[in-house]
Design a protein around this ligand. Structure first.
Ligand code: SF4
Length: 91
C-alpha cells in the first residue's frame, strides 16, 4: 500500500520538497516542484497577475481563489506544480 503522505510529481514519481514551508502554501494548487523538471510558474498558462495603479504586478495562480492579499501571491521562479500547463502563447 502506498504511503498517502508521500508527494509525487505529475508522473507519479516520489519527490521531496527542497525546503518545506519555503513557499506560500495557500497560493499553490499543488506542491511546488511536483511538476515537470525545469518548469516554473512563469511559463504556466495558469499564471496571472493583478496590476496596481502604480504598475506593480502581484502574480497569482489562476487555479487558486485570490484573497487579494499576499497570502495568494506566487513567485514566477517557483518550480512548477503538478497542475502546470505550458503557456504556448508565451515567448
Ligand atoms: S505551475 Fe501553474 S498551476 Fe502550478 S502554481 Fe504555478 S501557475 Fe499555478
Amino acid at each position: 500500500m502506498a504511503d498517502q503522505d508521500q508527494l509525487t510529481n505529475c508522473y507519479g514519481e516520489p519527490i521531496t520538497l527542497d525546503a518545506p514551508g519555503k513557499y506560500n502554501g495557500r497560493a499553490y494548487p499543488a506542491a511546488p516542484g511536483s511538476g515537470p523538471d525545469g518548469a516554473t510558474c512563469k511559463t504556466c498558462r495558469h499564471c496571472t497577475y493583478n496590476e496596481m495603479y502604480s504598475g506593480r504586478r502581484y502574480y497569482k495562480c489562476g487555479l487558486v481563489r485570490s484573497t487579494h492579499g499576499y497570502a495568494t501571491d506566487i513567485r514566477l521562479k517557483t518550480p512548477a506544480c503538478s497542475r502546470y500547463e505550458i503557456n504556448k502563447e508565451a515567448g
